[in-house]
Design a protein. Sequence first.
Length: 622
Amino acid sequence: MLALLLGEPFPIGRTVLRNRVVSPPMERNYGTADGRVTDQYLAYLRARAAGGAALVFTEATYVRADGRGRVRQLGAHADHVVPGLRAVADAVHAEGALAGVELNHGGRVTDPAVSGFQPVAPSPVPFRGRTPRELGTDEVARIVVAFGAAARRCAEAGVDVLEVHAAHGYLIHQFLSPRTNLRDDRYADPPVFLNEVLAEIRREAPGPALFLRLSAFEGVPGGLDADATLALVRRLDLDLVDVLDISAGSYEAGEWMVQPGEVARAVLAPYAARFREFDRPICVAGRIPTGEVAEQVLRSGAADLVAVGRAQHADPAWTATVLAGRAPRPCIGCNQGCIDELHTQQPIWCLVNPATSHENEPASHRRRVLIVGAGVAGLEAARRAAERRHQVTVWEAEPLLGGRYRLAADLPSRPEFGRLLDWYEAELSRLGVEVRLATTATPGLIASHAPEVVVVAVGGHDHRPLVPGSDRPRVIGLDDWLRSPPAVGSGEAVTVWGADRAGLAVADAAARSGCRVVLLGAGGEIAPEAGFREKVLLVRRLTDDPGVSVRLGTTVEAIEDDRLLVGHDGRREWLPVRGPVVVSQGTVPRSVEVGRGAWQTIVLDHAASAAEAIRHGAAARF
């Protein structure tokens, strides 16, 4: 077996990382309203350290109260946070990892409803309708001091690594960018503020290693491209920096900060390789979901360290599992719970792992458990039950595992989704779960199996609203379309009736195949249940495609063979559109008769999404 570079130690500053895997800064909404660490946060970080990561960061940690961006964001802004940071360092050290804190000020992207302050910035360039106050020269210097004071607090708490957040459109990045730095004092020179921050941190906290996080490019018109960024970095005091940590994007190009799953793996590695000219160790983030991809990045020479964020969010033991040659629970790049949930100010979650930091409860005694249905709810219930040492059998009426999730996983915008089913299949095999496909559960068959517990996890089926003509052959339910779409030639029309998450993905797939697409939605937004980073690329493709017509606020009232009667703003009109009409109007619960017997029956609630289904499967208790 080829020795993994990923597992080799690596020196930084005055210390050594035990391997090349970094658990990078990720905001999580796990802190308190005054910036302190919670038990939930400690458990989360400890789990990643116990799972093998060499360096475990907290998150973008604000250095001053007016730089806070989230209600539950961690702070290093005052002395009261030091005991919590010390607890973080102690917990991470106890598991053999190093502890890191990323220092940040949000600048113009902060929300006064969160921070209680008017946003401040290098220049009064509006952001999302809010105009920040331009900082005076003396005020900028005081923020430099605030970075140093925050660094000192972290060092006193025993933190091993500090990172300066100079990326993603936050305050330091705002000074670097020509879009947002329109000043005429000495801070008009883009590198001056960052150089002063680096020097102040080194002066106040000389012990910890120092990472510098940079966006390789901003990703917006008028912003820094890759060449301009490199030119600026050549003017930085890099003698003060131990590691360059390469990311990308800004708030106006959030798809580059955290890339959707359809973006190429290791997408930022070629950009990181260009920073080799500075003769500093390189860390890189950006779509590194598997150990194979991480190893490839290191062997290519593009970077020395890999920042694996979402994959370790999905599986806290990602590092140890990969180094042992096994497959961890996969991140599928959905961006639902880990990123798009942040704006709710509620703790983030993970679609594929509903209980990332929780131990499984031991079973009181071993029981014979029958799971009826092998969608993701049934698969998660089966895995959890087997881990608690129950004897588990799964029956599935279809010839394949995965249910409706498998159908969705075949869509071109979801190339990573199938990895979750592969992992479940491997897990059930490892745990000795018997799986019977193409098996329809009946009361008699269940009775002959003699289970002690029956878990009904049969999910739902398409809902088809009753309108005149909805029973015509051209009207096709979403599941049937995904199982066996009719042949539709390039340039022919497909109507998608429903602009929810599923309808959006189907419309995108049809447009990619060359069809003309009409997407009809009753609401005022495409896929309102999906967050920005989940849907940004799909929405952009559809709205930019001249062959796609998106009509929101529109209801379907009748269907004929060559036209649709639609309603909009109290008016009705006939749309002359032929071809199939794909119905994406949500689902209704499916039922199955399991009969009555000596067994306990648990019926999992109907779920509206894959994330909800997996949570329901995880919550089954017996």
